[in-house]
Write a protein that binds this ligand. Sequence first.
Ligand code: NAP
Length: 271
Amino acid sequence: MKNEIKKVGLVGWPVKHSLSPALHNACFEKLGLSYRYDLYPVPPENLGKEIEKIKDSLAGFNITIPHKERITDFLDESDSSVSQIGAANCAFGKDGRWTGFNTDVSGFLKALRQDFDPYGENAFVLGAGGAARAVSFALARAAAKKIYIYDIEKEKAEKLAARLKKFFPGGLFFAASDFSAVAKCRLLVNATPVGMEKDEIPIDVKFLYNQLYVFDLVYNRKTLLLREAEERGLKCRNGMDMLIYQAAESFRIWTGIYPPVDEMRKAVGRR
Ligand code: NAP
């Protein structure tokens, strides 16, 4: 049908504070594409029931907490990032077949590489949850030298290090028990939600030494970690560009067109 609006959106729980509709709809409008991005709140217990309806009526969708891992059971195939990480944040349907992607991986690398090349560098990742998985696989792909992972549950960090080892047998991955290895690293990534709601910091500031580049995935506010890093003269970046670049890659997967990312920046109030 001519001019039929194709629907895309975000499947998660909760989703109401998401910036994704603003990012995508601004670019659909700018490029005159007949697409619309909406929110699809689906509680965990309803995913199996609702996902088939969603797949029937949407051209593609993003997936967020808590469905990034379980969604792979409902897709027909996955790209290599999803197979390695075990989680998808983007799905695209074509001719009745659905493919999963993980655009957090490319989104993180693109944002990071604006000012730091991880090739041959040691990195320390705080957290071993969904985002940390995308970050550490991205760093392994970019041939970082050693990757240290720290989580309050050390077992989670050990599992992630073992998973990385399985896919990158020559790589050097460690579950850290404390922050001492930060001194051997030039990159520190916060992939925990610490600092998102209030002024909390996931690392003792004495480890913020002057050769460190700090990337904080939190994008909704300037975290205490970034403020402390800046006070010490360290270069750093928040998670907003990662959010924008993962959205841009999803947009490209659905429409075949890479969107004007400056429109996305404008849509979330950054020029
Ligand atoms: P998650 O799955 O809950 O993982 C967070 C992990 O960090 C959990 O394993 C958690 O342990 C651990 N943790 C919590 N406090 C810690 C601490 N003080 N020290 C070390 N580890 C700690 O969350 P996520 O989905 O990975 O998201 C993490 C953050 O990244 C959020 O702020 C999210 O908004 C952000 N994010 C940003 C982007 C972007 O595009 N910028 C994309 C994805 C995610 P427990 O489970 O025991 O609490």
